[in-house]
Design a protein around this ligand. Structure first.
Ligand SMILES: C[S@@+](CC[C@H](N)C(=O)[O-])C[C@H]1O[C@@H](n2cnc3c(N)ncnc32)[C@H](O)[C@@H]1O
Length: 462
């Protein structure tokens, strides 16, 4: 009844397919242009601020509508020709000039602060976003769906909002080696007649190719995700990959049967070569196991870690906390500058990798524990651990309340918050700003051409 009423109210003004004139006021957090039609907010994919467009409504909901561009009447001077013409995710801002993308990411931080209003927020220094010289070909990992179309094997991403796979023979944000491997493996799958997955009938074998390249060693790790445990022509496929793609030094099969929203299934087995590939950031080496999280943009990661080092102004006597440590990347990067590093993460494989990475870099002053930050830190504090400096690098949900309380209790003198979500960051700063001075917020562009923003915040105890 309620739903029916709401639909009626919203359809009074707008209908799907209707063409409406709109002036775009600003960009939303997902990179869409925002305009208002008779006070109703309309998100227009691909539209830019100050543009006047005729938009075609694609969906009408009680609180907002979505639309696509039918025609641009007045074009923004910041509009550029995108290199990619595909309707897929990961390139939402490719039509916006890069300097404006960087401004947009800084603005997202400002908007989040204005929403949550942590103490003194109007005086916070939000620095200019650190961008890339060449904001393309930066992704070290491709995760492409494999399908058959018109007798050809294709690999790519889903068309926005659908489950139709769009073939991507090239993709400007993707590392060139990852693309080369995806295309050649598709060619071999086709040549050997291995059936690609068919989502409609839940038939076929090869579902997804996950390709990760090391930018420093040029080694490639390939995972073939399959619908069934048996991979027909496995020996021939591996042999051909080995012969034609010497960069691929590690091949895994992951079995993920049936229609799944998750890409990875439970079982992963090695088919060829070594278990791990090696990446290098600065002078430190990192061995990456197949499921381990590693930053997707190594070039910007190295810059970001240097920014973190500068913000922490570490001393040889410092005990450093690396909360949400992943495979230990950042703590190991900084281990030479401090007395000790302690980190925790919830993924056992990541903690094993962190220990191994500490060992191959001769960092004997590190300790890694598997567990949630909110459980482990209070325990360590209870045992007498007192961090002088701390890094928190949580997932998008931000800091757990218990971890926040533990931080407020332990009061590390210098704190760096690395956030991949300005909104949860601003929320968490409300508590942290009670005892910390917010020295600056520095956005770092880890994902050019997308609306995703990463921010480094320097905090010092008041
Ligand atoms: C954004 S990543 C940061 C990884 C690492 N600092 C790096 O730079 O590569 C967030 C990490 O937090 C871990 N994680 C998620 N929830 C957690 C929790 N409650 N406690 C500890 N770690 C958690 C994830 O497994 C992931 O490795």
């Amino acid at each position: 009844m309620n739903n029916f009423k709401q639909k009626k109210i919203s359809s009074v003004q707008l209908e799907e397919g209707q063409k409406i004139p709109l002036t775009i006021k600003r960009l939303g957090i997902n990179g869409e242009g925002i305009g208002y039609f008779k006070h109703k907010i309309v998100f227009v994919t691909g539209a830019l601020p100050n543009e006047v467009v005729v938009a075609k409504v694609t969906k009408v909901l009680p609180k907002y509508a979505t639309a696509e561009i039918h025609r641009i009447r007045r074009t923004s001077s910041d509009r550029v020709s995108p290199r990619d013409v595909y309707q897929v995710g990961g390139i939402e801002l490719e039509h916006l000039a890069y300097p404006q993308q960087l401004n947009f990411k800084r603005d997202l931080v400002k908007q989040a602060l204005e929403k949550y209003r942590p103490q003194g927020f109007k005086k916070y220094q939000i620095l200019s976003t650190v961008g890339m010289k060449n904001p393309y070909f930066y992704r070290n990992k491709a995760q492409f769906q494999v399908r058959e179309k018109g007798g050809k094997i294709i690999a790519g991403l889903y068309r926005r909002g659908t489950h139709e796979v769009i073939d991507l023979p090239d993709f400007s944000t993707q590392g060139l080696l990852t693309m080369k491997v995806v295309r050649q493996v598709c060619h071999l799958i086709e040549k050997l007649g291995i059936p690609a997955y068919n989502e409609k009938n839940n038939s076929g074998i090869i579902k997804t190719l996950i390709v990760r390249e090391s930018f420093s060693t040029r080694q490639v790790q390939l995972t073939i995700v399959t619908n069934s445990a048996k991979l027909i022509h496995q020996t021939a496929l591996i042999q051909e990959i080995h012969q034609t793609l010497p960069e691929v030094v590690s091949i895994f099969q992951n079995v993920n049967p049936g229609r799944q929203s998750l890409v990875w299934g439970e079982k992963t087995k090695i088919l060829f070569g070594q278990e791990k590939i090696t990446e290098q950031l600065g002078t430190k080496k990192y061995n990456l196991s197949v499921r381990a999280f590693f930053q997707l943009n190594p070039q910007q990661t190295a810059k970001m870690y240097q920014i973190v080092a500068d913000a922490l102004a570490l001393k040889p006597t410092d005990h450093l906390l690396d909360a949400y440590c992943g495979v230990g990347t950042i703590g190991i990067f900084l281990a030479d500058q401090v007395n000790s590093v302690r980190g925790m993460d919830t993924i056992p494989e990541a903690i094993n990798d962190a220990k191994e990475n500490a060992s191959i870099n001769n960092c004997s002053n590190t300790e890694y524990v598997c567990g949630t930050a909110e459980d482990v830190l209070p325990l360590w504090l209870h045992q007498g651990f007192h961090p002088d400096a701390a890094i928190v690098d949580p997932p998008r949900v931000g800091l757990d309340q218990r971890l926040l309380e533990a931080l407020l209790q332990s009061k590390p003198q210098r704190l760096v918050y690395i956030s991949c979500n300005p909104s949860t960051l601003a929320r968490d700063l409300v508590k942290l700003a009670r005892i910390y001075q917010i020295n600056y917020l520095l956005p770092v562009d880890m994902f050019p051409q997308t609306p995703r923003a990463e921010v480094v915040v320097k905090l010092t105890l008041k």
